[in-house]
Design a binder for this molecule. Sequence first.
Ligand SMILES: [Zn+2]
Length: 151
Amino acid sequence: MTNKLQVEAIRKGTVIDHIPAGQGVKILDRLHLLDSDVSITVGFNLPSKAQGRKDIIKVTDLKFTEQEANQLALFAQGATINVIDEYSVVDKFNMTVPETLRGAFPCPNSNCITHNEPVSSYFYLREQNDDIRLKCHYCEKSFSKDIVSEL
Ligand SMILES: [Zn+2]
């Protein structure tokens, strides 16, 4: 037990564990966690038996929406989300890349109809080597997750 607590325990909130090392900063940025007034405890480059190194983020008094959790899966393949209440894990799920993603990012193709019509972006996701490719439902162009995540 003492080995496992590399970062201070929280009473209530969400712990994102097993984040691939180096991705923790992106997640903080992407979810705008630093702009909110929630308390955040982070551990970067922690030793991990399974991964070598990992990042971990603990957010007090926050539960992610489904859309946030889906975005997270792009940056943190293999990460786990632990929902904490009274210092115990009450719910736990693995982040998996969703098959489709609606409205999370604008289409990087500036000629795409989604920029001119009142429709949400809609992507089909496919894992490819270390990358995730997102194919736009409307313009049918395919993008790396790295391009989409810069937007
Ligand atoms: Zn498009």
